[in-house]
Design a protein around this ligand. Structure first.
Ligand SMILES: CC(C)(COP(=O)(O)OP(=O)(O)OC[C@H]1O[C@@H](n2cnc3c(N)ncnc32)[C@H](O)[C@@H]1OP(=O)(O)O)[C@@H](O)C(=O)NCCC(=O)NCCS
Length: 334
């Protein structure tokens, strides 16, 4: 049923942890198909938000088994009051009234995020029918950064010629400052390590170590400097993280080019993690690879949050959703 070998591997890795993942978009057939695959594979405990009768009907029509899946209609949930109070307590200082909390907790993305905050789910996957902002905003407001003040960002896993690459940030931060870009690089290093891989991080620009000039280059060079300083912290010292920049994409990925443009760099020619200078570059870059370069793309997944909440592309196929659910379950493993 799952064709991609990479996807099968993710599902196999998630299975032993059997994390609970909430899917707020029970009205979407792709989400239900993905829920069925994950449930059949016993890769995670699935909670779907939506109408029981309608979902049961869809499962029956497809001869799928609903056993193992929990369906919750937020409007009828016995937890609604508890979640409303939780939301109000978290947001009253930001000006949210009790009435607003009542209305907001009923929105399925907020309800799902509150389930994660309350510990009733380990992670949430949404976005098949919602904009990135509508999925991400509740997470930023309720789940918040794992490290105070650190920028929350996103990463993608790109599979090209059987090789795995990590891209960031292609979804959240529109025009990050040098500090924010450094935060993005450090969070991505942590995400890469969650997959048991040693990060080799290239801070991308149109210049390789001073070959080009401009404000954009200065920003990335400064970000590389800050990120290197952040990597001096005790928590990273024992880890095998390499980071360098600024450099061009070909310098990062091609050994021959790197020999000429960055002979001194340990990352040049062998990067497995690419940090883009802004959202235009990152978003365009990954979509080009996906559409013209035949790459599989998983994500964007959020990183730097206290608990995993992930956004789907609205063009996602059911298999993509399966991948994001499996990755969310893996991110929930402490
Ligand atoms: C992610 C995004 C929706 C957040 O913007 P927003 O909703 O206007 O957020 P706000 O500025 O109102 O901030 C909401 C909260 O999140 C926090 N926040 C916003 N961005 C953050 C970030 N990157 N990291 C950490 N916290 C962040 C704010 O501090 C604020 O917290 P508070 O309300 O507790 O004080 C916005 O950055 C965005 O639209 N990004 C681009 C998304 C996009 O179009 N992607 C391309 C398609 S994939």
């Amino acid at each position: 049923m799952i064709e991609s070998q990479y996807l099968k591997g993710l599902v196999d890795k998630a299975r032993p942890h059997y994390k609970t993942i909430v899917l707020p978009e029970g009205e979407d057939p792709r989400v239900l198909r993905a829920a069925n695959i994950i449930n059949k594979e016993k890769a995670a405990k699935i909670i779907v938000l939506g109408d029981y009768k309608e979902i049961k009907h869809y499962f029956d029509d497809n001869n799928w088994n609903l056993d193992g899946i929990t369906i919750i209609k937020p409007e009828e949930s016995e937890k609604l009051e508890e979640y409303t109070k939780l939301l109000y307590d978290l947001r009253k200082e930001k000006g949210m009234t009790e009435e607003q909390a009542k209305q907001t907790a009923l929105k399925y993305n907020y309800f799902g995020t509150l389930m994660v905050k309350a510990g009733d789910a380990d992670g949430m996957v949404s976005g098949a029918n919602h904009s990135t902002a509508d999925t991400v905003r509740p997470a930023l407001q309720i789940i918040k950064s794992a490290k105070k003040g650190r920028t929350v960002s996103s990463f993608l896993i790109m599979i090209s010629g059987g090789k795995q690459y990590f891209f960031s940030d292609c979804a959240i931060n529109i025009n990050p400052t040098s500090q924010e870009l450094a935060d993005i690089a450090i969070s991505t290093a942590e995400s890469v390590m969650q997959f048991g891989i040693d990060p080799r991080i290239a801070m991308l620009s149109y210049s390789s170590f001073g070959s080009g000039v401009g404000e954009g280059v200065d920003k990335v060079r400064e970000a590389a400097k800050i990120a290197k300083e952040m990597l001096e912290a005790d928590e990273f010292k024992s880890k095998n993280i390499l980071l360098d920049g600024e450099m061009q994409a070909d310098t990062a990925l091609d050994v021959v080019v790197a020999t000429k443009k960055a002979p001194q760099s340990k990352v040049g020619g062998r990067a497995n993690t690419l940090i883009f200078p802004d959202l235009n570059a990152g978003n365009i870059g990954y979509k080009l690879l996906q559409r013209l370069g035949n790459c599989e793309a998983y994500g964007p997944m959020l990183q730097g949050l206290n608990a995993p909440i992930n956004d789907l592309s609205r063009g996602a196929f059911a298999e993509d959703i399966v991948g994001v659910i499996a990755i969310t379950a893996l991110q929930a493993v402490k």
